[in-house]
Design a protein around this ligand. Structure first.
Ligand SMILES: NC(=O)c1ccc[n+]([C@@H]2O[C@H](COP(=O)([O-])OP(=O)(O)OC[C@H]3O[C@@H](n4cnc5c(N)ncnc54)[C@H](O)[C@@H]3O)[C@@H](O)[C@H]2O)c1
Length: 248
């Protein structure tokens, strides 16, 4: 039996959810380009994949830097020959700068950074990869948003706006590229641990937060041929948090 080669490119793959996605897609038999602003962390994940018998290579790619995104994408295509799956995972709030605050206390510099990271970061990588997918009439793009897009999160007005944009851009792009056999879907996690340790979270129906591997399982499904007829959908994965209080 001939197993078809599939190549996945992950942004922010060096840690947390992106690391779990990289490991999961490699375990599913895909060749994985692990990109991250930290080459050191990307390479650590690559080592984990290679140790498990998979195929992967690490790249330094800051999604805030257009030239770097274009250069890395070209290098991945040269190294692997194709990109079948793009996971736009790199992102985050002003918490990454230790600058979370009420919107009244923030600055344009901070919110512009958050919008650039989440919105333009996703647009940049998608744009750099898309024409190759269109030319081959195949591809799956999976964008990591957040439940902030759906219900908002205090002290993260900019992040909520940015993740809302990630959800809506996924739907619009799905319409454009569907005729080329490309699907575009979105995943909106609730609170996910940085590690695989799960902590109690009373705000959810399940009473706990999620693990990166649980988000990675959903990515693996959407990246597989099992999900060929699914496009333009935003999947919430939050243990029931956005259902709100459990009633009287
Ligand atoms: N953890 C959660 O609770 C949660 C909830 C909802 C959504 N998300 C989203 O999931 C994604 C991953 O979150 P996480 O919790 O694993 O984050 P994390 O901060 O643990 O890891 C993010 C990774 O992205 C990399 N990164 C940061 N800035 C980058 C840049 N400019 N270019 C390239 N790489 C960059 C980091 O080096 C790191 O490896 C983000 O988009 C985040 O907004 C996370």
């Amino acid at each position: 039996m001939k197993i078809e080669k599939k190549v996945a490119c992950i942004t922010g793959g060096g840690r947390g959810i992106g690391r779990a996605i990289s490991l999961r897609l490699a375990a599913a038999g895909m060749e994985v380009a692990v990109t991250d602003v930290s080459l050191e962390n990307a390479n650590k994940v690559v080592s984990e994949i290679l140790d498990a018998g998979g195929k992967a290579k690490g790249y330094q790619a800051d999604v805030l830097n257009s030239a770097e995104v274009k250069a890395v994408t070209a290098q991945v295509l040269q190294d692997f020959g194709q990109i079948d799956v793009l996971v736009n995972n790199a992102g985050g709030s002003a918490g990454l700068l230790n600058k979370l605050s009420n919107f009244k206390d923030t600055t344009e510099e901070i919110w512009s950074w958050v919008l650039d990271l989440n919105i333009n970061g996703t647009l940049r990588f998608t744009h750099a990869v898309l024409n190759q997918m269109v030319a081959r009439n195949t591809g799956k793009i999976i964008n990591i948003a957040s439940i902030a897009a759906e219900v908002g999160i205090v002290n993260r007005v900019d992040y909520s706006a940015a993740k809302g944009a990630v959800v809506s851009m996924s739907k619009a792009l799905a319409m454009e590229v569907g005729p080329h056999g490309i699907t575009v879907n979105c995943i909106s996690p609730g609170l996910i641990s940085r590690t695989e340790d799960i902590s109690p979270h009373p705000g959810t129906c399940l009473g706990r937060n999620g693990a990166p591997a649980e988000v990675a399982s959903l990515v693996a499904f959407l990246a597989s041929s099992e999900a060929d007829f699914i496009t333009g959908v935003n999947y919430t994965i939050d243990g029931g948090r956005t259902l709100g209080p459990k009633g009287a």
